[in-house]
Design a protein. Sequence first.
Length: 848
Amino acid sequence: MRRTNNRRGPGARALGALVTAGIAIGLAGLPAIAADAAPPKTWSGITPPLSTPWTDKVSPTNALPDYPRPQLARPTAANPEWVNLNGLWQYAGTDGYSAPPIGKDLTGQILVPYPTESALSGVQKHSEFMFYRRTVEVPNNLTSGGKHVNINFGAVNYDATVYVNGRQVGRHLGGYDAFSIDITSALKKSGPQEIVVAVHSPVDAANIPVGKQRNEPGGIFYTAASGIWQTVWLESVQPASIASFTATPDVDTASFAISAGFNGDAAGGTLKVDVLADGKKVASATGAAGGAMTISVPKPRLWSPEDPFLYTFQAKLTVNGKTDKVESYAGLREIAVENVNGKQRITLNHKATFLLSTLDQGYWPDGIYTAPTDDALKFDIQKTKDLGFNTIRKHIKVEPARWYYWADKLGLMVWQDSPALPTGRNANLSDGDKANFRAETSRMVSQLSNVTSIIGWIPFNEGWGQWSVQAASEVGAQVKAQDPSRLVNDRSGSNCCDTPGDPGTGDVIDWHQYQGPALPAPDATRASIDGEHGGLTLTIEGHTWPGAPINPYGSVKDKKELNDKYVANTKVLRDQGAPYGLSGAVYTQITDVEGEQNGFFTYDRKVEKVNEQRVREINQAVIAAGDKTPPAPPAGTPGLAGVGAWGFDEASGTTAEDAVGKNPLTIHGDAARVPARDGAEGSALQLDGSTQWADTAKTVLKTTDRNYSVSAWVKFDQVGDAFQTVVSEDGDNVSSFFLQYSGADKKLAFSFVGARALANDVTVEPNRWYHLVGVRDITTSSLTIYVDGAKAGSVSVLGNGETATGGLQIGRGKYDGKPVDFLDGAVDGVRVFDRTLSADEVAQLAKG
C-alpha cells in the first residue's frame, strides 16, 4: 500500500506550453486581472452529470470570489486586503513522480479551486500525481516597508509541495486543513512570479484520512476530490502578524477568553482587542502579546439558533512600531451536559435543548467537494433551518471556512466529524497511520476552535479507521484536553459496524438505527443521542447521478408517502425520545448524494421532496419536547396473578383460556399440546418453528408510557442462527417487544428493535426448560431479562418501543409488517403484568 509519508515531494512530467493569466495586485478589494505574455486558450468547461442551479454561474473570472476566511479578515471583514488566485491555472496530471515543471508551460488547464474529479474543474479525471502552475505580477507596494507576502491554501488533497520561482517554499500533508506559507524571500524584485504546486493524492490507496472519498466510488462511498479544492490567495502582513484568533465564551461570567497565535517574532509586542456589538464598541482590553486576556461584555446577548447574535472582535498586534490588524467574530454561548430532572441532558446556555439534526455530507454533482458558489454553500444550511432543524452533523468532512460562517450567522449548531481513515483496515493500521490521524484531528480542532456553531466533536464514526474500542476513548480524551469548551462524542454509532463497542467515555452515548430512530438512554455521566436514522429513499427521475442507485434503508413510492413516513418516524422522537431524556437525533440526510437518494432534496438541489411546512411543524414539536418530562407511569395491578395468564392445560382445541383476564388465545396451525415441564401439571403448547403460533384478538399490554413485565417457560427444540420469539405483542410494523432467543447473539434476550437485554452468561441448550422474565421499567429506561429467577442482563433504552396496536403473540414476532421468528419448541405458563416485577417476585415466579 502506498503512503505519502514514505515518499519525498511529488513531481510530474512537463507536458507542453500554456501560461495562465497573471495578476496585477492592489491591496484594497479584489485584484485586477492583467494579461500574461501567453494568455490561456479559450476556456470551455465540462457539463456535469447533474447541474445545480449555480453551475452556469461559474466561470474563470468569478470562481469563488468571496473572501475565504471570515474569522480572520485582514484588516477588516468589510474591506479585506487580499488577492484571489482562484481561476485558470496550467495543469498536468501524471502517474508518478518527476521533477517539477519549473519555467515550463503545461498544456492542460484547470479551474481552481474545484477538485480534479469535478466537472467544474474542466478536468473531471483523477490523477494520483499532478501539477498546477501560474504566474503572478506582484507590485512593489505589496512588500514595501518590510511587509511579508503569504500564500494561503484553504485545503489541498493531499500532499502539496509549493514552489515559487523554482524554490521550494513549503510542503503540507493533509487534505482538510488550511495552510499558509511566507513566500517573501522567494519573490523576485519585479516581473512575473512563478507559482507551482505539486500534489500527490492517493485517496484510499493509502491509510490517510479521506472521509467518504474513494478511487472507485459506489454505495455509500463517493467520488474523490483531489488537488486544490479550496480558495488560494495572497495577503500582505507585517513581519510579526496575527496567525490565529480565538474568543472562547463563558456564559456565566459574560466574558470571552482571548488567545492569539502569531507568525514572526511577537516578543515585546502588545495586543489590543476591541469588542463590538451591532457596530458599537462595548468592551476593550490590551495586554502583552501571548499573554492571557479576558474581556467581559455588558448586557450580554447569548447566541442560539433562535437568536444567532455575533460579537465583532478587532485585534491589533503592535511590534516595533508596526501594527497588524485583523477582524474576527464569535457568539456568546455555552454547550454542556448537565443533570436535568435526574437525567444527563445536553444544554445550550444552561437550558435543556434537543439537537435535531440533518446529516450533511457536503457533496455536489458539479463541484464534488467544492460548492459551485457561495450562494450554493449557504443553500443547504438555509434549507436545513427552513425545515425546522437546529443542528447539522457535518459528516466525515471538514468544510471551507465560509460554510461555518453561514452556520454561525444563520444559527445552526454543528456536530463536526473527523474525516475517517479508509474502512476495513482497522487491524492493519501502522503506528504512523494512527499518529497521522491523531495529528490531523488535532489540526481540525485547532483550525475550527473559534467557530461558534460547532458544539461537539466526533472523532470516530461506526468504528471506521478505529483500531480498537479503547482508541475512541484515547482520541476523545485528546480532543477534550485540547478543547474542553465543547462536547466530545468519542464514537458515533457505538452499537454497530466496525470495531463495535461503547467506549464508555466522552460526553455522549450515540446509537445508529435505520430506519429507527434509536433511543439510547443517558447514563450517570453522559447524555444520549440518536447519531443516525431515517434514510428513506425516494427516486426523482431526471435528477439522479449516473450508475446504479442504492437503497440501504428502505424506499417510498412518492412524496406523500415520504412526508407521512418522516412525520411518523419523527413522532417517535417527540413522544418517546425527547421527553424521556434523549438529547438529539440525526436524520439521513439533507440531500441525495451520488447513488444515495434518501435526501430531502435531490442531489442537484432542484427538487424538494418533502412538504416544508409539515416537516418544520413536527421538527419544532420535537425540539419543544426537549425540556419536557413524561408523566409518571400508573402503579399497575398488584400481586403475581398479572393481567393475563395462559397455561395451555386444555387437552386439545384451538383456544387457550386466559386464567385471569378476558383475552383467550387462538392457536394457529394445528399446534399440539404436549406434557408440561417436569414437576408441573397440565400441558404445554408445542410449536413447529414455521407455521404455528397463538395470539389474542386484541392488545393485552398497553406499552405506551407504561411499565410492564412478561413471563414464560420455554424449551427450544434447536438453537442456532435463527431468531425465535417466545412472547411479543404486535405493533403496526414491528413487535412492541420481544421475549426471545437472539440468533445473532446466540443468547436469550428481552428486546426492542435496536436494543437487546442479553443473558450473556447463559449458554442456551436445546431440550431444556428455561424460565424467562422480561421487565420494562420506563422510569429507569431499562429492559431487563431474568433467566431461571436470576437477573441475567439489562440494557438502557428510552421510550416505548413500537406502540402496541395488535394482539399478544405466543411463538412469533413481527418485523417489517410480517410475521417472523417462529418458535421451534414448547411454551408454557405465559403471564403478563402491567407493572415492573421486583427481583424477589421474579424468583418467586420461577419457583412455581
